[in-house]
Structures are given as structure tokens and as C-alpha cells.
Design a protein around this ligand. Structure first.
Ligand code: NAP
Ligand code: MN
Length: 264
């Protein structure tokens, strides 16, 4: 089996990364940064987001596992003092794989040209470059509303505990194949009207944004931020691709929610 270890880059994470690498080499596993079967991310949830984007072209062949060197994470749920146990589990056991849904984002442009496709593990947001974002919203090809406000956030179930939660969105269990749309400060008065509530869309329902006047937008995908010019539409749906996590012990999602946000 081939493995890679990524680090947040701070000293604590780097030390732990080197330790895990030498332990796994001792167990006769092969270090392969290009084509790993398993990627161990050491740091936080943000570190796992980076690892996901680094290996997104081989999601069907790579499993992820996260160790946290700061606070408990949703993706990074192993503690530094458990790494010996984790190394043995990786090297010696037939571990389980759990799959979480991802978000597909397709940006299309005014004058044809090649569309851009992204995969998000947490979410994608759309904001205007200048002033209020104004966009027509379509769901499954039908006009739904004209949105005016700071922006819109479309998240995955596992991303629902991140930015989406700060916007008043619901927490969705990652066994549900869905995407969630949350508003960022929508303008609501007698003239302008949006639904106001977060929306949860099932598999195969597309959420589409179309410009009303401005055509340049800032689109974020997880930690990445990209300026898109001459946009014709931005389409969101549950992706065909999934992320695979290596699971060595039960750690139910709702327990992670409680331990992260309530108490542990
Ligand atoms: P960051 O600014 O370090 O991340 C913000 C916080 O979100 C960190 O505490 C991070 O945990 C946590 N986080 C990431 N994914 C999460 C998840 N799935 N569930 C719960 N918490 C999660 O930036 P980053 O580390 O590069 O992460 C990018 C993410 O930041 C974006 O995908 C977005 O979700 C989030 N964000 C949140 C807000 C907000 O809440 N107002 C605003 C912008 C962006 P770690 O410390 O373990 O990395
Ligand atoms: Mn972070």
C-alpha cells in the first residue's frame, strides 16, 4: 500500500508528519506523494481541504484520514496521542471506507469559451466584485427568485458545519446526498424579495445563478477564491464524485457535532 502525509506546516504538525511517515515506512508501506492509496492530513480541517484539492483527480483511488494538532475537527478527528494506534490500524487492518457527497460547480461564460468545473468539499460562494450581488436564481430550470444581497453559499453536507452554519444554515448528516443554499444578508423590502430560508436540494436538482446586469463575480471553492469575468451562469449540484474517508473506529457525526460545538 502507498501512502502520503500532508501537514499544516507548523512545527507541531511537521514533527507529527515525520513521525507518522517513519512509522509507516517501518511497517513496509510505500511512500508515494503522487499516487497514494491513503493520504494522512496532519493539522486541521483546513489542512484536509488542501489535501482534498491536491488529490481531487484521483478521488476514486485515494482515501483520506485526518489528525488534528489544534482543536477537534470534522475531517481531522484523530488526536496526536492516538497516532501509534492509527499507524497500526492503517498498516495491519482492513479498514472501512465511508463516502461523503461533494458539490459540483460549473461556471459558463457569455461568449462561449470553455466552461470551468470545480469540486468543493465544504462549499462554494458567489459574491459580487463591487456593490450588491444581483442574480436570477433558477431551480431545476425554473425561475425561483431574483437575489439581492451580499452573496449566496452552496454547501455540502460535511461543509454544513463550516461557513454554512455561520449563515444560519442547518447541519445536514453526510449520509444525505444533498446540497444546501444559504443566503448572505439578502435585501428584503416591499420591492425586493427572496425566500429568506436556507434551501436543501436533493441529488439531480440543479441550482443555477444567472447575472442580471454585472457579469463579473468572485466565486470561492473551499479556501480558494477565483474572479470570473463575463459570466453567463453558475450551476451547482451534487457531484458524481465522492470523497472517501478511511474509517478505523466509530465516531458518529452527531457526536462530532456535539464535541465541536457543545462540549466534550
Ligand atoms: P479558516 O479561516 O482557517 O477556516 C475557518 C474555520 O472553519 C476553521 O476553524 C476551520 O477549522 C473550520 N472548518 C473548516 N471546514 C470545516 C467543517 N467542514 N466543519 C466545521 N468547521 C470547519 O480557513 P480554512 O482552514 O482554509 O478553511 C476554509 C473554510 O473556512 C471554508 O471552506 C469555509 O467553510 C470556512 N469559512 C468560514 C467562515 C465563517 O464561519 N464565517 C467564513 C469564511 C470561510 P480548522 O481550524 O481545523 O482548519
Ligand atoms: Mn484553517
Amino acid at each position: 500500500m502507498k501512502f502520503a502525509v500532508t501537514s499544516k506546516g507548523d512545527q507541531k504538525s511537521n514533527t507529527l508528519m515525520h513521525k507518522m511517515r517513519s512509522y509507516l515506512l517501518d511497517f513496509q508501506l510505500q511512500y508515494d506523494e503522487e499516487k497514494p492509496d491513503i493520504v494522512i492530513s496532519v493539522g486541521g480541517d483546513g489542512t484536509l481541504l488542501y489535501a482534498f484539492h491536491r488529490y481531487k483527480s484521483r478521488l476514486d483511488k485515494t482515501a483520506f484520514v485526518g489528525v488534528h494538532t489544534g482543536h477537534l475537527g470534522f475531517y481531522a478527528d484523530w488526536t496526536p496521542d492516538e497516532i501509534e494506534k492509527l499507524v497500526i490500524a492503517i498498516a495491519k487492518t482492513h479498514y472501512q471506507i465511508v463516502e461523503y457527497p461533494l458539490l459540483e460547480v460549473i461556471v459558463r461564460y457569455q461568449h462561449g469559451g470553455k466552461e470551468t468545473k470545480y469540486l468543493a468539499l465544504n462549499e462554494s460562494t458567489v459574491k459580487s466584485v463591487e456593490g450588491t450581488l444581483v442574480m436570477d436564481v433558477e431551480i431545476k430550470g425554473q425561475k425561483f427568485e431574483t437575489f439581492r444581497g451580499d452573496g449566496l453559499c452552496v454547501s455540502t453536507p460535511s461543509g454544513s458545519t463550516a461557513y454554512n452554519k455561520a449563515l444560519g444554515g442547518a447541519i445536514i448528516h453526510p449520509s444525505i446526498r444533498a446540497i444546501q443554499v444559504a443566503e448572505m444578508a439578502s435585501i428584503n423590502n416591499r420591492v425586493f424579495r427572496t425566500v429568506g430560508s436556507p434551501l436543501i436540494l436533493p441529488d439531480h436538482h440543479t441550482f443555477m445563478l444567472k447575472p442580471v446586469n454585472q457579469v463579473d463575480f468572485i466565486v470561492t471553492v473551499d479556501h480558494l477564491q477565483i474572479l470570473h469575468k463575463d459570466v453567463k451562469s453558475i450551476q451547482f449540484r451534487v457531484a458524481q464524485e465522492k470523497i472517501r474517508f478511511a474509517r478505523f473506529r466509530p465516531f458518529p457525526f452527531w457526536k462530532r457535532v456535539r464535541d465541536s460545538f457543545i462540549a466534550d
